[in-house]
Each structure stands twice: as structure tokens, then as C-alpha cells.
Write a protein that binds this ligand. Structure first.
Ligand SMILES: Cc1ncc(COP(=O)(O)O)c(C=O)c1O
Length: 473
């Protein structure tokens, strides 16, 4: 750890050595070990995309009149994405820093537009329990009420959506697809409800917008989720996911340019001069704009089709493996490349921990328990083979009745019991210290989930606030 800025800067060689030692602590994502968080189109594409980033490293896309290059590229990106999503309809949009910002801005403009046009002072948004936490975060920041419809894996109760609509409702939300199960929400039904009740409807296509559009081009039948549905008023698509742009890149699209106007922040009598910004960011990195533009225009339609096809081959291999394994079960039949599965005898989190021990990064679902995989271009057939081999080995270990595994189970149960007996504040400090000590190693998350499930929601949120806090200086 370097706690103060060095008097004399390190040389390039010394910095490289630092990076090597930093990177040694990381997951080996380049060998396809991460099922989520990283999207990589391969070295050839990546090199050209990174060159563009470096070329525009210092330029700032904040002011449209400052760097005409960046403005031209941002407008190209928005048009190209709009044409991919809904070619028949004129749309309006901006490049944002990611899914969370796109969702935040969609809710901000919905709130302010509805205040101006419908005089709604206490706005409410109806959204499914499977919606990404970015919505809950944004609704908290914006002080808009979240009306949550519980979606039990795939069973949507559209009547309960309609029952929740009242004079304060400004917007409905659906995902294409929802992150947990990779299944597209019933967007056409939500669109009908939005039209019937004169509401806005945001489609969160952050993870799916790009991939699903290329699946359609491949001839796969994909349920409608775009602006062809008359109720859809805004839609978010992340480019730092399946468009393989660098991190910090998403597009928010609107049908109605008036709604986009409500997104802008303008302070025309500020003492520092007229200030106007389109998105949440002030300074906007030129590198992201240029490298996103490069990803779209270098990979191109054919490249994206190939990346989508090869990803789907791997998705099908994983799904076939799960379906043919007597211990495993798919939780849902996904519309794209997100896979949710479980161990039939409820030892799903044990399997997830064993896979973490073997170096794999994967997600954990809850209610019901599941393992979550985001499959992307880096997951070649040979990586899938090594993953499924590791599942085989882990399952063998899980179901082994040998002495070592019995001791292990006994140890886990004892530890859980001990933790459950601790008073809440002591539990919090113990787990927070342990999390810091383990240096982010994910091992034995099952115990954390088990302990958390004994707490109330506010205690458990508080616990994770404390744990997270421990990681930062
Ligand atoms: C469906 C969905 N919406 C929103 C987000 C949030 O995106 P970001 O992490 O880019 O802010 C994600 C991220 O995985 C997502 O899958």
C-alpha cells in the first residue's frame, strides 16, 4: 500500500511491477473465469478499441460546442443504437456512463415531466421485484415512491400491476430481460397498460438490448420489447456489456423529445457562466465516446453477429449440461445468455462456494437460491468444458461422504450456530473484520447468506453497509 504521493514519481518499469502485483490478486478473467462483470471481444478488437480510448484520453464531451469530434461520435452512437433497437421510429437519446445512470435519468425525466404535464407532486413508479437495484437506488435519490410487484421467478400477476395504478403513478417498468433469470418481462402487456392509463413505460434493456437485437437478426424469435410497442416511452441499452465498449458506456433512448428535455440540467444565470449539461456527468470522458464509437464501427454488424452466435453455442452447451445432470436444474428457460440454475437438493450455495474455490466468479440468486451466469464472447467451448468439468468435480466433492467432507460440514454448522448466537453488533464487527481479512476472497458465502437470513431486512442491510465500509480507506 502506498499511503502518500511519492516525492519522485515511479518509473514506467516500477509501475509495471506494481500493476503485475495488483493484477496477481485479481480473478483470471482473461481465461474466461468470470461469468459476469467483464465483457471482452477478444484481443484483436480490444486493441483497436483501446487505441481509440487513448487517442481521446484528454478530450471532454461535456460541452457540445467544444469538441465537435466527440459530438459527432456521440450522435452517431445514439443513431446507430436507435436504428438497431427500433429502426422504424425516430428516437432521441444520449450517451451516459452506464446502466445505472441511464435508469436514473429515465426516472428523473419521468418525475419532472409528469410534474410539469400532469401536476403530479407525489410520484410513484410500479416495478417488478426482479428489476435491477439501480431502480431502487435512483428512486431513493429522487424521492419517488417504489411500488414493488413481487414476481415469483416468472409468474407475473398483471392484475396486481393494474390494481396498484393510481393518480400518482407516473411510470411502469419492465426489463428485457430481467437480470436474475434472463427472461424478458411481459413488455407488450405492460405497454397495453401504459397506453390504457396514459403512463410512461421504461424498458430496461441494459443487458439485453444489444444481444437480443442480434439474436433477432439471427432469426431467433424474441418477444417484443422495443418502441414498436406503443406504450414504450424510454429504453436503456448498455454498450459496456454486449456491445463490448469499455466501461462507462450506455445509451438512454426516448420516444418523446419533450421528455428528454426534462433530463437536462440548465443554470443559465450561474456566476461561472451559462451551465448546461445533458446527463448526470459534468465532465464526460472523450475516451469512452471515441472507443464506444470504435467498438460499434469496427466490430460492425457481422462481427456482432459472430460474437452473438458463438456466445449462444456456449450458452446451449451449458444449458444442455445442466439439463442432463441429475443433480442440477435450470430455474428458468432464458431468452438470451443469462443462466440461472440450482442443485436439486438445495446445496446450491455449497456448489457456488466450491466453484469459487476453483477460481470461477459467478452470481448467487436468492428466493429461490440459484447460481447465476452471464455468458459472453470470452466463454469459448473449451472454457465451458473446463467449467462443466469443475462442476462435476465439485458435485463429487459435495456428495462425498468421506471423513474430510463430514468434518467440513460439521465445522460449517458450528460456525453458523456460533455466529447466530452473537449479539447483532458483535456479529457485525466479527463479519466485517473477517471480510477485510479474507481480502475479498469469496469462499463460504453460504455461511454469510445463512446468517443474513436470520436477520431482519434493516439489520441485514446495515450489516452489509458495515462490511462494505471496511473495504475502503
Ligand atoms: C438489467 C440490468 N439493468 C441495469 C444494470 C446496471 O448497469 P450498470 O452496472 O452498468 O450501472 C444491469 C447491470 O448488470 C443490468 O443487468
Amino acid at each position: 500500500m502506498i499511503k502518500v504521493i511519492p516525492k519522485k514519481g515511479y518509473s514506467e518499469k516500477e509501475l509495471d511491477d506494481f500493476f503485475d502485483s495488483f493484477k496477481n490478486q485479481d480473478i483470471s478473467w482473461k481465461s474466461g473465469k468470470a461469468f459476469g462483470a467483464v465483457y471482452y471481444p477478444g484481443d484483436e478488437y480490444a486493441q483497436i478499441i483501446s487505441k481509440a480510448y487513448v487517442r481521446f484520453l484528454n478530450e471532454n464531451a461535456f460541452d457540445p460546442q467544444l469538441f465537435k469530434s466527440l459530438l459527432a461520435m456521440e450522435n452517431d452512437i445514439v443513431s446507430q443504437v436507435a436504428n438497431l433497437i427500433s429502426p422504424e421510429i425516430k428516437l432521441h437519446g444520449n450517451l451516459t456512463s452506464g446502466g445505472t445512470e441511464s435508469i436514473f435519468l429515465a426516472l428523473l425525466s419521468a418525475r419532472d415531466w409528469s410534474k410539469k404535464n400532469r401536476q403530479i407532486e407525489n410520484p410513484e413508479v410500479i416495478l417488478p421485484s426482479t428489476a435491477h437495484p439501480a431502480f431502487f437506488k435512483a428512486l431513493r435519490f429522487l424521492n419517488v415512491k417504489a411500488v414493488i410487484i413481487h414476481v415469483d421467478v416468472l409468474k407475473w400477476d398483471l392484475n396486481s400491476v393494474e390494481n396498484e395504478i393510481n393518480e400518482n403513478t407516473i411510470m411502469l417498468v419492465g426489463s428485457a430481460p430481467a437480470y436474475p433469470y434472463g427472461v424478458i418481462d411481459p413488455i407488450s402487456n405492460l405497454s397495453e397498460l401504459a397506453v390504457k392509463h396514459n403512463l410512461l413505460l421504461h424498458v430496461d434493456a441494459c443487458i439485453g438490448g444489444f444481444f437480443l437485437s442480434y439474436l433477432k437478426k439471427m432469426g431467433t424469435i424474441v418477444p417484443e420489447f422495443n418502441f414498436n410497442l406503443p406504450g414504450v416511452t424510454s429504453l436503456s441499452v448498455d454498450l459496456h456489456k454486449y456491445a463490448y465498449a469499455p466501461k462507462g458506456s450506455s445509451v438512454l433512448l426516448y420516444r418523446n423529445p419533450e421528455q428528454r428535455l426534462s433530463q437536462y440540467s440548465v443554470y443559465s444565470s450561474w456566476q461561472g457562466g451559462i451551465y448546461a449539461s445533458t446527463t448526470f456527468m459534468g465532465t464526460k470522458p472523450g475516451g469512452v465516446v471515441a472507443s464506444t464509437w470504435t467498438a460499434l464501427n469496427h466490430i460492425g454488424d457481422d462481427g456482432y453477429l459472430d460474437l452473438t452466435k458463438s456466445t449462444m453455442i456456449s450458452v446451449k452447451k451449458v444449458i444442455n449440461y445442466i439439463e442432463s445432470n441429475i443433480h442440477l436444474e435450470l430455474i428458468a428457460n432464458p431468452d438470451m445468455s443469462l443462466i440461472a440454475f440450482k442443485v436439486k437438493d438445495n446445496s446450491t450455495y455449497e456448489l457456488a462456494d466450491l466453484l469459487n474455490d476453483r477460481g470461477w466468479y459467478l452470481g448467487r440468486l436468492q428466493n429461490p437460491e440459484g447460481i447465476h451466469l452471464v455468458v459472453s464472447a470470452i466463454h469459448s467451448e473449451s472454457i465451458v468444458k473446463s467449467f462443466t468439468n469443475d462442476i462435476d468435480d465439485s458435485l463429487a466433492e459435495l456428495f462425498s461422504t468421506n471423513f474430510r467432507s463430514s468434518i467440513q460440514h460439521l465445522g460449517d454448522n458450528l460456525l453458523k450456530r456460533m455466529l447466530n448466537l452473537l449479539p447483532y453488533n458483535q456479529l457485525k464487527t466479527t463479519l466485517a473484520k473477517q471480510a477485510k481479512k479474507s481480502n475479498g476472497k469469496p469462499s463460504k458465502k453460504r455461511i454469510i447468506y445463512d446468517v443474513k437470513n436470520q436477520l431482519s431486512e434493516s439489520e441485514s442491510n446495515n450489516l452489509f453497509r458495515t462490511i462494505m465500509d471496511r473495504f475502503y480507506s
